[in-house]
Design a protein around this ligand. Structure first.
Ligand code: MRU
Length: 356
């Protein structure tokens, strides 16, 4: 049953209650069956929440980590400034080690670290305030970036188009609207009809549990398919473009995103369908020359064998390989849509130009 579009696009997936000095997230691992906020207090709870995908999606992980570091800074009681900074760096390193692929995590923690260093000589309340303000800024910036990305993405579509998307890059994964799913919400706001095909996204089903949940509740025309049905819907002529998010974009345009994305891009090439990667510039890692240098997270085989089912789906001794992300070669990508506009090949030039 659709609810209001705005309630979906403006969902508060990460919420810092300043009066109570308390950090809350919507526990995405419970969706779509239950929408529940949980409070994160300790570094162990924060790391667990990121690792268990209670908070997930590259930009959302970065925003959450920024608030986490502020919340942890408040708990440090070291009177000595150098000892305070050392403790904060240790917390930052713990958070940063929670997941390796999405560069937004280390980017946001790096921004917070720079703020801490710049205010190292300040009083404790002034330093804490500077950290809080930087976390809010990272959050607010992402809201503005998602809106701009959605506008640029929508400029690639026209009334009646079908778009295939993989995983979840909506409001839950970012802050408002999302990246790859943002254009669909914007189209709905403007009365433009876009038909979305959402890959279910095995093994953790972000497409089924989160993307179809968000789009359906917002009243967007969404059809859920199993990952292995993408070729069929493309062959049927129902897909005019593929929109996907990103966890890290290398300097040459190679892009890490949820496992299965590269397969979608290879299929799309076969059918002559353009593939667009949508994400903020904070997901671009110019220090990473190409996809071979992107660290790929390997996850628990049980996610393939037992999760979401009443009974095991494979014998206990069966070996499983469970990479969480894959890299789509830049030659398969028609455009990279950032808040600054649409980058086209050659990406070594167009991506570098964004940072000049
Ligand atoms: O493992 P997840 O669910 O964090 O993976 C998320 C994705 O791959 C998203 O597509 C990506 O982070 C972009 S979110 C705007």
């Amino acid at each position: 049953m659709p609810i209001s579009l705005k309630a979906v696009t403006h969902a508060q997936n990460i919420r810092y209650d300043k009066a109570a000095e308390a950090l809350y997230i919507i526990d995405q691992s419970l969706l779509p069956n239950e929408e529940r906020e949980i409070r994160l207090r300790t570094v162990d709870e924060m790391v667990e929440a990121i690792q268990k995908l209670r908070v997930r999606g590259a930009p959302a992980i970065g925003i959450c980590a920024a608030y986490c570091l502020y919340a942890l800074a408040r708990t440090i009681e070291e009177p000595d400034a150098a000892a305070f900074q050392a403790r904060l760096r240790a917390y930052s390193a713990q958070l940063n080690a929670s997941r390796p692929t999405a560069v937004n995590l280390s980017w946001a923690l790096g921004e917070m670290g720079q703020t801490a260093a710049a205010h190292a000589g300040d009083s404790r309340p002034a330093l804490l305030e500077a950290l809080y303000q930087r976390a809010v800024e990272i959050h607010q910036d992402d809201i503005a970036k998602c809106r701009a990305i959605s506008e640029h993405g929508l400029s690639l579509l026209k009334e009646g188009d079908g778009v295939l998307t993989h995983c979840n890059a909506g409001p839950l994964a970012t802050s408002r609207y999302g990246t790859a799913q943002g254009p669909f919400f914007l189209a709905a706001e403007r009365g433009i009809h876009i038909r979305v095909f959402a890959d279910e996204t095995r093994p953790l089903l972000q497409g089924a549990r989160l993307t179809s949940y968000e789009l359906h509740r917002a009243g967007v025309d969404v059809t859920l398919i199993c990952d292995n049905m993408a070729s069929m819907v493309m062959k049927n002529g129902w897909v005019q473009a593929c929109f996907v998010g990103c966890d890290r974009i290398a300097a040459n345009g190679d892009t890490a995103n949820k496992i299965g994305t590269s397969g979608v891009a290879i299929l799309a090439k076969h059918y002559g369908i353009p593939v667009y990667v949508l994400g903020p510039t904070s997901t671009i890692d110019l220090s990473c020359p190409d996809g071979d240098h992107i660290p790929i997270e390997l996850r628990d085989p049980e996610e393939i064998k037992t999760l979401w089912y009443d009974k095991p789906m494979a014998l206990p001794g069966v070996a499983c390989y469970n990479p969480s992300f894959d890299v789509t070669d830049h030659t398969l990508i028609s455009g990279i849509v950032t808040e600054q506009g649409i980058c086209r090949p050659p990406y070594t030039e167009s991506l570098a130009a964004l940072f000049r």
